[in-house]
Ligand binder design. Sequence first.
Ligand code: SF4
Length: 346
Amino acid sequence: MPAPQCASCHKARAALRRPCSGQALCGTCFCAAFEAEVLHTVVAGRLLPGAVVAVGASGGKDSTVLAHVLRELAPRLGISLQLVAVDEGIGGYRDAALAAVRRQAARWELPLTVVAYEDLFGGWTMDAVARSTAGSGRSRSCCTFCGVLRRRALEEGARLVGATHVVTGHNADDMAETVLMNFLRGDAGRLARGGGLGSPGEGGALPRCRPLQLASQKEVVLYAHFRRLDYFSEECVYAPEAFRGHARHLLKLLEAARPSAVLDLVHSAERLALAPAARPPPPGACSRCGALASRALCQACALLDGLDRGRPRLAIGKGRRGRDEGGTPREPGRVRTPVPEAVPTF
Ligand code: SF4
């Protein structure tokens, strides 16, 4: 059966059906619609003219698409971009991913700063954390540590380059997985805080925005495909151990039964509100670094303290309800992942 006409320009043949709406579009109109939707999210997330925006760059598909779209939109938005990459110190993984970030920075002529866990966190790399927590080089809790430390490292890198805002490439699937994980853990505090398009920058932290938060993973991959973007997509060696993988599997099952499940979950988190009696006390300042903290030490300082004292699981075990695997394991594959099978193309 021949492909239908593009429902937007009515000239070219459609190249895909949008997973979110079923609309048949050509590649050019799909990319234009995708960019317009990101622009809308960015404006709603209050990335205002004059902002110096640190883009968390991992070399993966999401941050690659994010940097590409923001670079296209930057003149209209009146913002300037800085790529900030985090080297977690994961042998056999991060070096190749950072090479992809360096290629992107050179091609797009964007300034790039790399900050390393080893330099920021008293010599600790993720490989050293994994050895300390499991003794075997792998641990189920790696992503718990990494998520907390990466957030801190990105903040430090953003401050280093004089950024006023931080943006990350979390897509709608990532957000829906996080909502599911918080439900599965019964973490009401995080559920209530997890909505919205980012955070306004409480406690002196830089404001954060997630411009791809309403874009499905399939559409991110499609955009990278039609724009012929070069990105790195091998899976982190610690990803198979992550609890997030269970949430991802569950989400795929839900999506098969209800295609709108991803966006429904994202929007449900935006509307959740805690009953007054269930609200945690307002956070204070970490006694060590001054960051926002619900206890004497913030999450990052508590985890590092446990590592330094040779009791790395203490901080996780005691505060399990309050922890999150903030990390987002990447998709398997390599440069320019093919269009996903689940996406109808012509
Ligand atoms: Fe860190 Fe992501 Fe690897 Fe987990 S999967 S250890 S969060 S890079």
